[in-house]
Design a protein around this ligand. Sequence first.
Ligand SMILES: Nc1ncnc2c1ncn2[C@@H]1O[C@H](COP(=O)(O)OP(=O)(O)OP(=O)(O)O)[C@@H](O)[C@H]1O
Length: 363
Amino acid sequence: MLIQRLHLHSFRRFAETEFSPVAGFNLITGDNGSGKTTLLEALHLLAHGRSFRARVRDGLVRQGDPALQAYVEWRLPDQSTHRAGLRHTGSQWQARLDGSDLRQISQLCEALAVISFEPGSHALVDGGSEGRRRYLDWGMFHVEHDFLPQWRRYTRALKQRNALLRQSGGRGQLDAWEHELAQSGEVLTQLRESYVASLQEHLVALLPQLLPAAGAVVLTLSPGWKRQELALADALLLARERDLSLGHTSVGPHRADLRFGLQHLPGREGLSRGQTKQLALALLLAQATQLAQTLGHWPVLQLDDLGSELDRQHQQRVLAVLAASGAQVLVTGTEPPPALATMALPVTMFHVEHGVITGPLHP
Ligand SMILES: Nc1ncnc2c1ncn2[C@@H]1O[C@H](COP(=O)(O)OP(=O)(O)OP(=O)(O)O)[C@@H](O)[C@H]1O
């Protein structure tokens, strides 16, 4: 996937701006606060339906303006070109894809594949389980057609069961929604398990390049209930009395997590900050590789502030992996990352100053 044009209107500090990245490496430099991250944030918002640093209502819309707009054009390897736009007020959104209005923002996310590594990405390893479920589900949503309908079924049934629990609802109704929850939850878990197995294959290949000190790696899905011992239907039934007093469902795939075992490094609490970031990056690149294999083209890869996130040696390793992939890569920094200067990679430069982007500049 090749992003050819991004147009922003009232997006953070940008009143109006145009960015036309090229194939291969794009380096975006600029002083602190110039707006570099905002460019990556806009693409991430279009592809994920959310920003990586704040909710839209918490400051993405330019101060004093009613709504932000982001418009993007991209090309696929079959040479087809596509375009999409999003208008967001912070509470309401409208989106279009190839000239048609969209009913769900997920339709936009399905069309665009963008993976971002940014200063908050360490949370994928050392943060709460919600971020890891979101990571799994975003990847599956792109590569597994059955995922979204099952996820919707599950989410709806969960909402209904929780509402009944809070009203101390009738047993008959609880039985019916638990049946639905158990059926969709078992399918969802099987899909997640096979996705984790495919991620593991890619992680095994990537980790020696990105974090050689880790040794062998094992990724496992913790399904959200004692799946080895009992079916989800039984787990729900067993938990019912407790859940009635809690007012919510305490077992099931909405409590799933992704666990990593590293041969030569401690569990995630014992990793250094740098190791945590490298593992997070390896997980993101494993997802990108898996996506490339399934879709037949690479997602766009974004690395925000790479120079200050990783030391020079690890930057070099990452850049070597990215260069070999042939993906379109967007890298930001106040300065060019030191490793980029020592590697003979063709790079197209852009510069952001006071909310104005200049480029492409050829070094
Ligand atoms: N809602 C908003 N309205 C107007 N300006 C905003 C809004 N939100 C953020 N800004 C400004 O936009 C800029 C944010 O830019 P961004 O975070 O993209 O900068 P950056 O170049 O990545 O900076 P750094 O190198 O410090 O990470 C800041 O100058 C900030 O003050």
